[in-house]
Structures are given as C-alpha cells and as structure tokens.
Design a protein around this ligand. Structure first.
Ligand SMILES: O=C(O)C1=C[C@@H](OP(=O)(O)O)[C@@H](O)[C@H](O)C1
Ligand SMILES: C=C(OP(=O)(O)O)C(=O)O
Length: 433
C-alpha cells in the first residue's frame, strides 16, 4: 500500500491536455482484432491495467499481440485460430474484461477457467451467466455462477431473443459477442440507452448488425476482418480534469481529441446543467466515434438533480461529479444510480465516506446520494478502497483542500489512468510529491 500527499493548488490548472485512450473502446478493439483474420493495428490504446488484462487473455489463447507503448499490433487468425489456454485466465480488477470475455469463452470450443481479484470476485456475474445459459452455454461458478471464479465448457450456442434485465453495456456486449458464435440471429433489447461502442466498432471489423432503437440483432457465424483502429481519448478520464478546472480558481483548460460519443458525453451535459463555463465541439470521426475538444474555465457551479437516462451516461463519472456538487451552490440529488453499489467498490459508500472525511456534508441513499454544496474541504487521509476513480477524486479534492490530502493505495489509479499524476503536475505546472 502506498501513500501520496497532495498539496492544495496555488494556482489553477491551465493548458491543453490529451488524455489516454478510451478504456471501453480499447477493450473492444483488442477483442475484435484478436477474433479477426489478419493484422490489426490499434493506436492510442489505453495501456492501463484493465485493458492489459484483455490483452493477456488473448495471448493465453495464442494470439500474437505486440505492444509498443500505446500501439498494439494484433496478428489475428480468426476464432478458429484461437487455442485452448492451459492456465486459468486472470481478469484482475476489470469488470469489462470479465463480462465481455464471458461471451467469447462461452462460444469457443474448449474448456477455460477465469478468476479475478478480491473486488472483481464480489461483482455480479449472474447478469451474464444466466442469459448465456439461455443460449446453451455451459458455465459453472461460485454460487451457481453468480461470482468468479467461473469455468466455461465451450459448446454450440443457439441464438435467442432477449430483453436485458440490467441496463448494462457490458451485458449487452457480452451477448452480442456470444451471438457471433450462435446458430441463427440473436436479438437483444435494451432497457434504455447504454454506451454503444460495440455496435459502432463491430461493423469496422466487417460484422453486420442492425440497430433499431433499443433492439440490436446480430447473425452468428460472421467472420471478423482485421481493421486499424485509432482510439479516442477517454472522456471518463478527462472528467477528473474538467471538474478540477471547474472548481479550482484560476483554471482554464482544453482537453483535445477526446471521445464525445452521445452515450458517453453526459459529464459535459451535467457540468453545463451546473452552470459551468464549458464548451465542446466535435472535429473528427474515427470510424463512427465522434472526437473533439472540450474547454472549461473555473466558475461558480449550481446544484442539480442527476437522475434517469443521464445516469448510465455518467455512471463512472459520478464520484467526481459528487466532488463538483460539494462546491456548487445548493443541494445536489443523485438518484437511479444503484449500479454504483456493484462497481470496483460500493461507490455510494466510498464517495460519501471520502467526501465526509475531507470535510463535506454528504448523505448516502439506497440508489444515490444527497450532496450539500458550498463546502470548504479540510483535507486529511483517505483510502482509495483500491478503486481508481475514488483515488483520482481524492487527488482532485486536494486542489481545493486547506490541508494536504493523503491517499492510501493510490497505485490503483494505474487501472485506468497510468499517467494521471504526470498530467496533474503538467497542468499545475509544478510537481506533486
Ligand atoms: O461496457 C463498458 O465498457 C463499460 C460499461 C459500464 O459498466 P456496466 O455495463 O456494468 O454499466 C461502465 O461502468 C464500465 O466502466 C465500462
Ligand atoms: C466500473 C468501471 O470499470 P469495470 O466495470 O470495467 O471494472 C470503471 O472503470 O469505472
């Protein structure tokens, strides 16, 4: 466990920043490339620990994946070219790896076992195991397949028509991947919009799917063809610096070349609703993914109610939005966000505990929280709970705290943002220690 002491900012955050590649798109790019025939090059790949778990999984299936910093060269040999791993696969801390790979492991014609770290072993897997079983998958696991470790005995899958029980892009993507192995056409009906990177990226690998509102259909047996992918910057990583600038006097910064997919740009919408001095514009498309710049300046924020359809769009940004809300005028209410309880940690409890320790006034609710605004943060010693997004929220809080913030176990930030502290120092134009 390592500690880090972060001092309050003496000036604002200023300048331009390119955040690392999008985590969701990086996972998908390597999965599709490894299942495709031919050589795919992925640039601006996120080399955070989570995405490297997905890379390692496919190396265990015998796929040659060369890494040169953020560039991956994947020598795909098609799904027939994958070979049975001799060792269990370690999904580490990564929910996306666990859920998406389950759809692949269910369809591959061999036996595989998979496990995760302490946090991932507590996260629900029945949300993918149950529908995969409906397709004929043979999966066993702890508590009847509700939790990792899991074992898959790949078997022929049958297409199905399935209404999702959870509003989750991971479950949707898992079942679309399984649908590629199934006989017939699989149709998935979403409970509401969730991030649509799988639907946007699969066609780039030559896969046909139809999207009709909440209904997505995919035919089994399609061959994936290699494709070169440039991954946009991760808006979920950018969110930490957007909020940092919004709450730290003297700040003005621009995040360049960040993904602005409409199913992911809720952080920009939420900050706009809070009255932040923020503007964004899309300047390019990489494949079907919109990419652009976001500029933000320090300014007074107002409380909002964050609920309903905006929640899945900002689900990973809620910890940092809660910090923003502690500085806004008025009382912010976050609801419909029960999913936060089954992330890397219970993020409702972790956010409330962390902000309270730092001196804010926050109440936990079953499906969200109530955050009283205009709070002056004292600083102090906090625990990341091994959750990268809680660790980064604490680091941003240090910028406006009276006393230093000490973060226990801050190394977990490498899960999604290995260069986070370098970027923070770059924008502060001084080193943190
Ligand atoms: O599909 C994805 O890449 C992700 C979907 C979300 O999870 P859920 O699908 O569980 O909501 C999100 O929280 C996670 O960080 C990444
Ligand atoms: C919830 C997250 O990721 P995952 O589900 O992939 O662990 C996250 O990155 O905030």
């Amino acid at each position: 466990m390592t500690n880090r002491k972060l001092y309050p900012a003496t000036g604002g955050l200023r300048g331009n920043l390119q955040v690392p590649g999008d985590k969701s798109i990086s996972h998908r790019a390597v999965i599709f490339s490894a299942m495709a025939n031919g050589t795919s090059k992925i640039t601006n790949f996120l080399t955070g620990e989570d995405c490297m778990r997905t890379v390692e999984a496919f190396r265990q299936f015998g796929v040659d994946i060369e890494q040169d910093r953020g560039t991956l060269t994947v020598q795909g040999k098609g799904v027939e070219g994958l070979s049975a791993p001799t060792q269990p696969i370690n999904f580490g801390n990564s929910g996306t790896t666990a859920r998406l790979m389950s759809g692949v492991l269910a369809g591959l014609p061999f036996f595989t076992t998979a496990y995760g770290d302490e946090s991932l072993s507590k996260r629900p897997m029945d949300r993918v195991v149950n529908p995969l079983r409906e397709m004929g998958a043979t999966v066993i696991g702890r508590e009847d397949g509700s939790y990792l470790p899991l074992a898959f005995q790949g078997s022929p899958l049958q297409a199905m028509r399935h209404e999702l029980k959870v509003r989750s892009a991971q479950v949707k993507s898992c079942l679309l991947l399984a649908g590629l192995f199934a006989e017939g056409e699989t149709t998935i009906i979403e409970k509401g919009v969730t991030r649509d990177h799988t639907e946007k990226l699969l066609p780039q690998f030559g896969v046909e799917l139809t999207v009709n509102g909440p209904t997505i259909s995919i035919k089994g047996g399609q061959e994936l063809k290699a494709s070169d992918i440039r991954v946009p910057g991760d808006i979920s990583s950018a969110a930490f610096f957007l909020v940092a600038a919004a709450i730290t006097p003297g700040s003005e910064l621009t995040i360049n070349n960040v993904g602005l997919n409409e199913t992911r740009n809720g952080i920009v919408q939420a900050l706009e609703q809070m009255g932040a001095k923020i503007s964004s514009h899309v300047h390019t498309y990489v494949g079907d993914e919109p990419v652009g710049d976001v500029t933000i300046k320090y300014g007074q924020l107002e409380a909002i109610t964050l609920e309903g359809d905006l929640i899945p769009n900002v689900i990973d940004e809620i910890p940092i939005l809660a910090l923003a809300a502690s500085q806004a005028q008025g009382t912010t209410v976050i609801k419909d966000a029960k999913e936060l309880r089954v992330k890397e940690t219970d993020r409702i409890a972790a956010v409330v505990d962390t902000l309270t320790t730092l001196g804010a006034n926050v109440e936990a609710k079953e499906d969200g929280m109530v955050i009283h605004g205009s709070q002056s943060l004292q600083g102090g010693s906090i625990d990341s709970y091994g959750d990268h997004r809680i660790g980064m929220m604490g680091a941003v809080a240090s910028l406006i705290s009276h006393e230093p913030v000490v973060i226990q176990d801050k190394d977990c930030i490498n899960i999604s943002y290995p260069t986070f502290f370098d970027h923070l120092a770059q924008l502060q134009n001084k080193k943190t220690s």
